[in-house]
Design a protein around this ligand. Sequence first.
Ligand SMILES: [Zn+2]
Length: 421
Amino acid sequence: MTADGVGPATEPSDAWLAERFLALWDGLAAIGHLPSGATERLPWTAEDRAARDWFADTATARGLTVETDRNGNLWAWWPGPGDAAIATGSHLDTVPGGGAWDGALGVVSGFLAIDLLRATGVAPTRPIVVVAWTEEEGARFGVATLGSRLATGVVDAASMRERVDAAGVTFASAVAALGIDPDAMGSDPGRLARLHAFVELHVEQGRALQPLGRALATGTGIDPHGRWRVVLEGSGDHAGTARLEDRHDPMLVLAALIKAARRAAARHGGVATVGRVIVQPNGSNVVPGQVLAWLDARALEEDTVRAIVATTRRSVERAGRSEGVRVTITEESWTPAIRFDPGLRARIEAILHDAGMPSVAVSTAAGHDAGVLDAHLPTAMLFVRNPTGISHAPAEGASIEDALIGVRALAAVLADLAAGP
Ligand SMILES: [Zn+2]
């Protein structure tokens, strides 16, 4: 095998691929790696900047053309003679205290799939592009899959600019610090028109594959889900001198919210989570004046999600009335049920079957950029087995063997899609 990746038209060995995988993986995984074992790369931070540099260096080392678009999404192009490209990739940001694999695996696999195609002498007739969508997790400014939502116009850029993070930093100043012009952000139809299809490879979030003894799944779609912002306004007071009967304590209403969400999810058949809370002023000897909380609800059907939130809302409002705490619940994001392009999925399943890497079909309750893009171009997802099923935590992961199967599967899919109509 030659160093420039143009080698004999034989299938590179697992050792060849593993060496390349680990070289790329270790470079990215070191960015935002915490002593606790968690990985933390919040958007528009020093870690985000380092991950962006890693992307640019990785692309440049392969002779790919790197671009940052108006919304801060990163693109690495392998040009081909055709117009519309086959895109693959995922995201580089994480949740706070997250794992190393969510998002990262899709971007690393995209670059390695290109290495593999070049090594086997594949000359695509369409361009292939690796993309890293920006701020996929929405962990800092509250809107998940932000990069693809801005590009598709689902989120209005003007509505983002004045949003603040937990430290009071505005979105506009955060993106400007990384060299993105906040006033230039917004829908990007010309760029989307350059894409023929998008295939996102992702580590499995859940544990469907392990019991089946399979390494790969194709995604059928994304279950409906949403995020609601809950503001509980009471009155701040002294933890010693304020009599119980005089208090308006929003923490009691928060407790009601957390329990009501769990009860409603169990009753209606979905899941609901209160995973983020901001207590003000957050003092150990203070009855808090205000609590902010976020409710995340998901289910197989949209009506079920709505029912979970409506039932929770009634309980919380009742608790608020009894404690003299004002309750405001607003929808912060909503993702309807998404069914990926059935024709593209059938084609991918056939490609994988022919390549000796059969897949099973799963739907996912996690949001992805592929779900946002589905309304604009054919999209598909590939999932790589996660033995623990854990996600958004350090225990998420895949074996190297399975990761390499994922790269080979992605390469087979890209080769086929980029070869013809
Ligand atoms: Zn992800």
